[in-house]
Design a protein around this ligand. Sequence first.
Ligand SMILES: *[C@@H]1O[C@H](CO)[C@@H](O)[C@H](O)[C@H]1NC(C)=O
Ligand SMILES: *[C@@H]1O[C@H](CO)[C@@H](O)[C@H](O)[C@H]1NC(C)=O
Ligand SMILES: *[C@@H]1O[C@H](CO)[C@@H](O)[C@H](O)[C@H]1NC(C)=O
Ligand SMILES: *[C@@H]1O[C@H](CO)[C@@H](O)[C@H](O)[C@H]1NC(C)=O
Length: 754
Amino acid sequence: MDLPVTFWILLINLLVFWVSAVQAAKCPQECFCDQIQLNVTCANKNLTQVPPNVDERTVKLDLQGNDIQELPTGAFMHTPYLTHLSLQRCNIHKVKEAAFRGLGRLVFLNLSNNNIDILYQEAFDGLSSLKQLIIDRNRVKEIQPGAFSQLGSLNLLSLSHNQLVYIPNMAFQGLQNIKKLRLSNNCLIYLDTEAFAGLFTLTRLSLDHNELQVIIIVLIPALFFSASRLPEVTRLDLSYNPMTYLGEEAVSMPKLTHLFLDHMSLQDLVNTAVSKSPNLIHLDISNNQLRVIQPFAEGSPKLSRLNLAGNPILCNRCLEWAFYNKVKLVGTCGGPSHLSGERLNAVHPPKLRCQSEEEEAAGIIPRPTEELNKVKCPAHCVCEAETHHSSCENRGHTKVPRGFSASTRLLDLRGNNFHYIPSNSFPGVTQVVSLHLQRCKIVDVEGGAFNGMKGLIYLYLSENELTSLSPDAFKGLPKLTYLHLEKNRFTSFPKGVFKLVPSLLALHLENNSITKLEPGIMTGAEGLRALYLTGNAIVHVSPRALYQANDLDMLHLGGNKLKEVPTEALSKAGNLRDLRLSRNSIRWIGSNAFKPLGRSLKELYLNNMGLEKVSGALAGLGPGLRSLFLEGNQLEEVPDFHPLTALEVINLADNPLMCDCPLLPLCIWMEKVNLKVRATCANPPELRGRRVKDVHGFKACPGGESLPSAPAVTSQPAKAPKATKPKPIDLNGHQQVKILRLELSECSELLLYL
Ligand SMILES: *[C@@H]1O[C@H](CO)[C@@H](O)[C@H](O)[C@H]1NC(C)=O
Ligand SMILES: *[C@@H]1O[C@H](CO)[C@@H](O)[C@H](O)[C@H]1NC(C)=O
Ligand SMILES: *[C@@H]1O[C@H](CO)[C@@H](O)[C@H](O)[C@H]1NC(C)=O
Ligand SMILES: *[C@@H]1O[C@H](CO)[C@@H](O)[C@H](O)[C@H]1NC(C)=O
């Protein structure tokens, strides 16, 4: 049958019309759908849920400006091809776990300007291709462990303008390709030592406009901003934090080129602060309180620009190094008077000798800051209007000074001789966030001592002589979050004093002399997340000690006198994530010792305790465990690590391991996790120096058949290890020889430390 061409054209047109009509029917009525670009726009429509009838093939979905409130699990299951999703300004306050499940192609997600307060553990699961995640301008105050663990492709994570107060350990774990991390404009006061662990690819980190103080950096070991944590970072922004001091090698990052430390409260910058950042080009320390810049230690060979504007810099010979090293200085002289106001780069070379800060303070030249900032301040104290810091450190005060400005935020009274703190010792300073009372010889804190300090978050009472505390010692501190009582003389846990501090999250009691943990020590402190008891003399933990410790996340019991794992007590702390038992004298750990924590435990420290046997100990610890520390023990064999499928860090150093058939499960495991592990045998003697993976004799052990065969060419044929355990050899008394060395090589998933 011959049909005219026009018929076919008509038919095709009809078909096209029909197809597009069907597609148009799939466009939700509130939305605009672009069938060619496959994008759907439903912006500003007061929608209360994700429209269920969006075309399945949609690639871009714009839902901004709606009223969605809560994103349920699997909210986007019906649009699996999405690459871009806009959800800003949607009044979202909760993102339920796996809300984005099914969006394996999504690359861009904007959740800005919502009301999200908690990032739940599995909130972003399924977003395996996501490159940019924007959560700016929400109310995020908590990042749950593992929140980002599935975002292996993410390049940019932006969490600016939120309410984060602290960043817990391993918060960003799983971000294997992260380049930029923005945490600007939060309320960060505290970063856990491992807060940025695992960010091996990060190049830019923004922490500006937070509340990070000098003390925090000092408490945190130098390695905090260091190579081992952030090896690739080139730009670090710490500006607008109230830090007063930067210590030796405080910023040690091998690739860092740009460092921003402006608008802080720096009074002192030791000349080695950046000496371990050899690639630094640009350093901005403008708008601080620095008077003298000591010659930077060699170690900053590439520094070409140093911004000192807004500092009362003394123009003297201390600056010569900069001229000779051709470092461009920005800013003007703050003194001496005849040079005041001159551009730093123009006063070349300054004639005055390089004067240390002490000489200057001794009165040769008046300190400009004290003249500039007139603010209410007691005698023998220094108070700064701009930073709201008041300090009377080491000034021999015997009574708590009074008369600080009402706007004081940091009050530093450490190193005085108060002996005791009577009630109402701090009138009129309701805005103090951080109170330092370390090393004040305090034996007693009277009830209501801190009355009225409504804003206090940090209280440092460390290094005093406290043996007990009155039940209402902490009355009137509704926001107290971090309490430091380490290095005092407590012989028992100060039970019952925490009823009045509902916000307490972290309690430091390290280096006291507490001998036991009695039932109910946590009463009143049910919200506690971190309990630090390292370095006490604890022999016994009552099975009911941790009753009500439901929120406890971190328990440090290292350096005590425990003889066994307090399994029963731990069973009451079912959300424990980080448990440290290092340096107790626990010789062996029975089966199922950690079973009650199987679901929650992520980090387990069992190092340096003379451990001889752990056989069934790890039973029940499955895919949750990320780090396991077993170094410095007496282990000749290791337990089966197979169930620990999520392990990222394991430390087996300094154990007298036998390179023998009982080690077979370790070999099989290493093979299975596809690691290039170099493991060197030292025992039995004939295998000394041999890498374990080259000991093909393990194949001969019962069960070793699954190991791969020896390569065709081996330099020396390996002997099979004996199937029976050889006697420990005595090398002139050095019985415990380290015989197995496991080393990391080109391994991305699992680190074997030695
Ligand atoms: C949707 O497609 C149009 C062009 O057809 C484009 O102008 C618009 O920006 C696209 N929307 C999104 C959200 O990409
Ligand atoms: C959304 O709701 C607001 C307030 O109820 C109303 O003023 C506005 O017109 C609504 N917008 C749309 C697109 O329906
Ligand atoms: C995300 O949304 C916010 C608020 O609507 C907007 O200002 C911002 O530019 C968006 N971010 C990106 C990367 O598009
Ligand atoms: C406890 O004492 C040990 C040994 O003196 C010290 O290394 C550690 O830093 C102290 N810890 C605290 C929190 O004071």
